[in-house]
Write a protein that binds this ligand. Structure first.
Ligand SMILES: CC(C)(COP(=O)(O)OP(=O)(O)OC[C@H]1O[C@@H](n2cnc3c(N)ncnc32)[C@H](O)[C@@H]1OP(=O)(O)O)[C@@H](O)C(=O)NCCC(=O)NCCS
Length: 185
C-alpha cells in the first residue's frame, strides 16, 4: 500500500534533493518519524528545533518531490551531534540514509566541527553499521537510556573530521555512493 505512493518512474531524479527542513515539511516528517521510532518526537520538538535552535540544522530529502528522509545535527563550535536520521520504511536499503548522513557530515564540517557524536540503540545494528562505515566508533554505553524499554544506548563518535585522513575517507565513500546513485533504478 505505502509503496504505491512511490511508484517507479524512469524520469525521477535518482539522487535525493536535500533541502533545509521547513514548517511545511513537518507533516511528512512526522509520518516517517512515527513509522521509524518507538518514542517518536512530537511536532513541537521539530518545530522548536527548526525555528528556535540556532545550533540546529535539519534537512529533508525529496525523491520526485516527496519527502522520503530527514536528518538533523547540532553544531556547537567544534562539537557536533547527530540528533536524528530516518528514511521512509518502504525505501530503506537504497542508500538514502547514507546520502542523508553524508549531508549531515558535510554540514557539520562546513560549520567547523572537528568531531561528531550520536546515541544509537544497542539493538539498532543497521544504523550502527552505517555509522561505522562513516568512521564512527563506540566510545561508551549509556545504560537504560531509552525510557520505553530501558534499552542501552551506544555513544558513537568520529573525530578529526577536518583532518586529511577523514577527508580521504569521505572522498572514497562519496565517489562510491555517487556511482551507486547513478545506477539506482
Ligand atoms: C538507519 C537508516 C537511516 C539507514 O538508512 P537506509 O537508507 O536504510 O540505509 P542505506 O541503504 O543508506 O545503507 C547504508 C549503510 O547502512 C548500513 N545498513 C543499512 N541497512 C542495513 C541493514 N538492514 N543491515 C545492516 N546494515 C545496514 C550498511 O552499512 C549500509 O552500507 P553497506 O551496504 O555498504 O554496508 C534507516 O534504516 C532508518 O531510517 N532506520 C529507522 C530510524 C533509525 O533507526 N535511525 C537511526 C537512529 S540512531
Amino acid at each position: 500500500m505505502k509503496a504505491e505512493l512511490y511508484p517507479a518512474d524512469a524520469d525521477a531524479p535518482k539522487a535525493l534533493q536535500i533541502e533545509p527542513m521547513t514548517p511545511a515539511d513537518l507533516t511528512a516528517v512526522l509520518q516517517i518519524e512515527a513509522a521509524s521510532f518507538t518514542t517518536a518526537w512530537p511536532v513541537n520538538a521539530f518545530a522548536n528545533e527548526i525555528r528556535d535552535n540556532k545550533l540546529a540544522h535539519y534537512f529533508i530529502g525529496r525523491l520526485d518531490g516527496r519527502i522520503v528522509a530527514y536528518g538533523g545535527i547540532w553544531v556547537i563550535l567544534e562539537d557536533s551531534h547527530v540528533t536524528t536520521i530516518a528514511v521512509h520504511p518502504s525505501l530503506r536499503g537504497r542508500r538514502f540514509g547514507e546520502e542523508m548522513l553524508l549531508k549531515l557530515l558535510d554540514e557539520a564540517i562546513a560549520r567547523g566541527a572537528s568531531w561528531i557524536t550520536l546515541e544509537v540503540r544497542e539493538s539498532n545494528v543497521a544504523a550502527q553499521k552505517l555509522y561505522r562505515k562513516y568512521g564512527f566508533t563506540t566510545v561508551s554505553t549509556r545504560r537504560g537510556y531509552y525510557s520505553d524499554n530501558g534499552e542501552n544506548a551506544l555513544v558513537m563518535w568520529a573525530g578529526n573530521l577536518k583532518g586529511e585522513l577523514y577527508a580521504a575517507r569521505l572522498r572514497v565513500l562519496r565517489a562510491t555512493l555517487e556511482h551507486q546513485i547513478a545506477g539506482r533504478a
